[in-house]
Design a protein around this ligand. Structure first.
Ligand SMILES: Cc1cc2nc3c(=O)[nH]c(=O)nc-3n(C[C@H](O)[C@H](O)[C@H](O)COP(=O)(O)O)c2cc1C
Length: 190
């Protein structure tokens, strides 16, 4: 049976109006032109305090556990964070620390980040990629970083950014199509 791919986007911003969310929406839109998707958002602007109040997994409440499950069961994860002090945010990492060590093996992960300027563009390569390397996830080669100038008016305002988004989405769709009959299907059956 053919089902849409389960996509979970972890959006690390704590702001209700978020450039990182805009970037994630654009990535999802590009992905949806290539494959059928069923998208869940884990937005830390809504769930952050639920995770922040817990230091052990058994202290997480039902909405936080459900969000965690959506990350662990996804066919593809979009991991997106604003840059804070040269890295992903502390709360983003706090959520990731609850993710089961074996749950993302071979799972495709699109890496994305937004920052004030271009200076910290390599945060996607030097911070996010090794984090998901720890999980033995399949990080998509093209990671997407966007500066505030590229998201002017809270929309994708740069052709170069849109091209990076399209490239990452095309690579991710290819991985999903290739692995869709094996790992992803096993996860989807779970
Ligand atoms: C506490 C804090 C620290 C930040 N540190 C950096 C930084 O080190 N480098 C950078 O480029 N931008 C930095 N920024 C800017 C944010 O990364 C940028 O505005 C981002 O797009 C915000 O995403 P959001 O709208 O999704 O919350 C920082 C912002 C805050 C609030």
């Amino acid at each position: 049976m053919s089902r849409p791919y389960r996509i979970t986007a972890l959006v690390g911003s704590t702001s209700t109006q978020s450039r990182t969310q805009v970037l994630v929406d654009a990535i999802v839109k590009a992905l949806a032109t290539q494959v059928a998707v069923d998208v869940k958002l884990v937005e830390l602007s809504k769930l952050g305090t639920r995770f922040g109040a817990a230091v052990l997994k058994d202290q997480l409440d039902a909405p936080a556990l459900s969000a965690l499950d959506q990350i662990e069961q996804a066919d593809l994860v979009i991991a997106a964070s604003p840059v804070y002090k040269g890295s992903y945010t502390g709360l983003f990492k706090h959520v990731i620390d609850f993710v089961g060590i074996d749950t993302l093996v071979d799972t495709p992960v699109i890496l994305a980040a937004t920052g004030g300027g271009d200076r910290h563009a390599l945060v996607v390569e030097h911070q996010l990629r090794p984090l998901f390397g720890f999980f033995r996830a399949h990080t998509i080669p093209t990671a997407v970083y966007a500066s505030e100038a590229e998201l002017a008016g809270y929309e994708v305002s740069s052709l170069a950014l849109q091209e990076r988004i399209n490239e990452a989405a095309a690579q991710a769709a290819q991985v999903l199509r290739q692995t869709g009959s094996t790992d992803a299907l096993l996860k989807r059956a779970a």
